[in-house]
Design a protein around this ligand. Structure first.
Ligand code: SF4
Length: 758
């Protein structure tokens, strides 16, 4: 700029300033204009709410400007998270504004699975669903309908299915495919559901054990924060995982266990702790039941034996258990979450973790297992209903402990749909879950869907599961709706409100409204016309309303009492003590004390397929999200470097995967060659390889692990379906690559027999 121009401009600026002083209306006008044009999220309206990009439900603040959500941050009022959220939480905006969203109610016009639909009105869509559910129940009985649901809003639909009288409601795949075995183990050891989230005080632990939990890649903000705080205060970390996960990289000891033998180590550790008097004698004497039975039953499990079975050096096993024992009782033995691994031993493996926790007296103390506090909320339902009466030939009859939980085992429903046994199931509702990318053996699921008279789906996106539906309803995203209240039951306790930041886009509608109108069409009596009254009744004991809660930053804390003195300890079990020996299991002819049962080793020529998370994706839900897709567009197959060298694979090579049942990956996957995984398994991040062409970014990006998980076994106590008994071999240039065995399998471990596969 020339000096003369500058002076002209300065003069103009002085004049403008002078006129601003003289003309206040002009000043206001400019201020408003400035605010409108502030960059980024500056000047945005802040709406406190709750994230739903994963099941963890972190408190957030949505920043809204000119009617659009422009930024999402953590709610600084949150005692667990502060203002932090993860990458997925940030990317919620791209779920809201995803061009591929379902926009209108749709009715199928092609074959199931083709995804050919016509647009219909909400009224027509709800009429069709109500008509078909009623018709199915009239023809085949009240249990002939089933609901697969997941997520915060799914409860409204579950309520309807309960009110319709079926035992096949609330069949959350998240429960019977994931957390169920772990939950049962802790319930029958400590008398409370010490998980979901895992009730371990990582922040105050002096030693931490993670068995297969890859926190850090599996991001749950408050738990990861608590873990990092614990480590930064000096906690020792032991990680048992066949893969050198991100958190294994921070471990003092990494135990690269042979998959399927974790329990051998845990039982040997229990024996070692007893044999060497490393347990908390006072806690065990006063608060535990069945110590003598435990001592006797585990005496045969020695560390040298476990070292051979698990292929982990004896010295490392000893060092690890001694670190844990030295730090008792301030030890966090993480219970895990996804626990449907191998089938037969899944509950018992988690019983081992619970027993070890008890032997260390790590209960009710800082750093140990803590007790959650329930906020004082009223329990209300959209539709009132009488308790569901299971039929004599209930789907739960084969699993003596399934009755403790809502719903029926997922695969019992799928098999009943396929075979009509023990009774026919002819209509499904699928709400907020992509069944085909979630449940083992999607080919079986597709066959079952073909047998249905009717299937409807409520979702935000046209997933591959939605493509199979007769009627598809567009759900509003969490940024466009109210939901049930979020109750945080960690070492802190609070209630948080999910509320809309913007109005629902297109013709999408909040789940509450969809469920309310469907209930009416089904002739059910709804208790609440609007969600605000529904929430207000829940909040009443806290002296709150939706408006008051929103005015208080969307989050109100309650006093939590995570710790107990020893004299205060009480356990809600049959004996009133921690059940080292579980009489209820024994009564049903299961082991009262866990006994080792190895998961079969890979058949010759195959490696075991293991799977897990990447930090920027949730299940198969976020792969189409613009920002997250750019961060992590496809998965790669982790393969051991020694094995790769033997079979001539280099980093970045592409292979087709073929599993033990002959199912192949739809396309080749790139290999990631690393010493960070054992040679008897490969690792494939979960949720990629979408088969829905309507998801423009996720379609055919990477390879689906679930479509290679076709063999499953059911856990015998509660019926969860396992995921880790699947094996793959590689095909390159049209030829099968024979996989050599680099870690000989001891005789005690049987081989998976190819003919046994489903
Ligand atoms: S962990 Fe991330 S995605 Fe999950 S609720 Fe929290 S912020 Fe959202």
């Amino acid at each position: 700029m020339k000096r003369r121009d500058f002076l002209k401009l300065s003069g103009a600026a002085c004049l403008a300033l002078a006129s601003l002083e003289l003309d206040s209306s002009l000043f206001r006008h400019l201020e408003a204009k400035e605010l409108k044009d502030l960059p980024g999220s500056l000047g945005a309206k802040e709406i406190p709410s709750v994230c739903d990009m994963c099941f963890w439900r972190c408190p957030i603040v949505a920043k809204v400007k000119n009617g659009k959500v422009v930024k999402i941050e953590g709610n600084p009022k949150s005692p667990t998270n502060g203002p932090r959220i993860c990458a997925r939480g940030n990317a919620g905006i791209q779920m809201l504004y995803d061009k591929d969203r379902l926009k209108y109610p749709l009715k199928r016009k092609g074959a199931r699975g083709e995804g050919k639909w016509v647009r219909i009105s909400w009224d027509e869509a709800l009429d069709e669903i109500a008509h078909n559910l009623k018709k199915t129940q009239e023809k085949y009985g009240k249990h002939s309908i089933a609901l697969f649901d997941h997520g915060a809003s799914a409860g409204f639909f579950r309520n309807i299915f309960e009110a319709l009288g079926t035992e096949n409601f609330s069949n959350e795949p998240a429960f019977f495919q994931c957390v169920g075995p772990c939950l049962l183990a802790y319930l029958y050891t400590f008398g409370y559901q010490a998980i979901d989230p895992a009730k371990v005080d990582l922040e105050n632990a002096r030693a931490i054990l993670l068995v297969g939990s890859h926190l850090g890649e599996n991001i749950q903000v408050s738990m990861v924060r608590s873990l990092i705080k614990g480590l930064s205060k000096g906690a020792k970390l032991i990680v048992m995982d066949p893969r050198y996960s991100a958190i294994a990289g921070k471990a003092d000891i990494w135990l690269p266990v042979r998959p399927g033998t974790d329990m051998a180590i845990l039982l040997a550790w229990i024996n070692y702790v007893i044999e060497h008097g490393l347990y908390d004698k006072e806690f065990v004497a006063k608060h535990c039941n069945g110590f003598n039975e435990l001592k006797k039953a585990v005496a045969k499990y020695t560390i040298p034996w476990a070292a051979k079975i698990s292929d982990v050096p004896e010295a490392d096993l000893k060092k690890a258990i001694e670190i844990l024992a030295q730090n008792r009782p301030h030890v966090s033995i993480h219970p895990g979450r996804h626990s449907a691994w191998y089938g037969p031993q899944d509950v018992q493996r988690h019983r081992c973790l619970a027993i070890l926790t008890a032997l260390f007296g790590a209960v009710g103390v800082p750093g140990g297992l803590y007790f959650p506090t329930n906020p004082p909320l009223e329990s209300v339902e959209l539709v009132d209903f009488d308790e569901v009466e299971p039929p004599d030939n209930s789907l739960k009859n084969d699993y003596p402990f399934a009755e403790l939980f809502h719903g029926s085992p997922t695969h019992a429903i799928i098999r009943a749909t396929l075979t009509g046994e023990p009774y026919p199931i002819k209509a499904w509702g699928v709400v907020g879950v992509n069944l085909l990318q979630t449940i083992p053996n999607p080919y079986q699921t597709m066959e079952a869907i073909k047998k249905l008279d009717f299937i409807f789906c409520v979702d935000i996106k046209p997933t591959e599961s939605a493509l199979w539906a007769d009627i598809v309803l567009p759900d509003a995203t969490y940024l466009e709706r109210y939901d049930g209240l979020y109750k945080c039951r960690e070492t802190s306790c609070y209630v948080a409100l999910r509320q809309p930041a913007v109005k629902p886009l297109f013709e999408s509608r909040p789940a509450f409204e969809i469920a309310r109108d469907l209930a009416k069409k089904l002739g059910l009596e709804v208790e609440y016309e609007d969600i605000e009254s529904y929430l207000n009744d829940q909040l009443e004991p806290m002296g709150l309303t939706v408006k008051k809660l929103a005015a208080q930053g969307g989050l109100v804390t309650c006093e939590a009492k995570p710790y107990r003195s020893r004299s205060e300890l009480k356990f809600n079990t049959d004996s009133g003590k921690v059940e080292l020996f579980c009489e209820a299991f024994d009564d049903e002819d299961f082991d009262g004390i866990p006994q080792f049962m190895p998961a079969p080793a890979p058949p010759a020529g195959y490696v075991r397929l293991i799977y897990g998370r990447v930090p920027v994706h949730t299940f198969a839900k976020t792969m189409n999200n613009l920002w997250l897709h750019h961060e992590w567009p496809e998965n790669k197959l982790w393969i051991n470097d020694e094995l790769a060298a033997k079979i001539g694979l280099k980093d970045g090579d592409e292979v087709i995967l073929e599993n033990q049942d002959g199912y192949r990956s739809e396309k080749p996957v790139k290999v990631f060659v690393t010493p960070g995984i054992r040679p008897d398994c490969v690792y494939l991040p979960h949720g990629f390889g979408s088969r829905s062409p309507m998801l423009s970014r996720a379609y055919k990006q990477g390879v689906s692990d679930t479509f290679l998980i076709t063999h499953y076994e059911q856990e015998p106590l509660m019926g969860a379906s396992s995921h880790r008994n699947n094996f793959v071999r590689f095909i390159k240039d049209g030829k099968v690559i024979s996989v050599p065995e680099l870690r000989p399998v001891p005789r005690e471990i049987p081989r998976f027999e190819l003919k046994k596969s489903a």
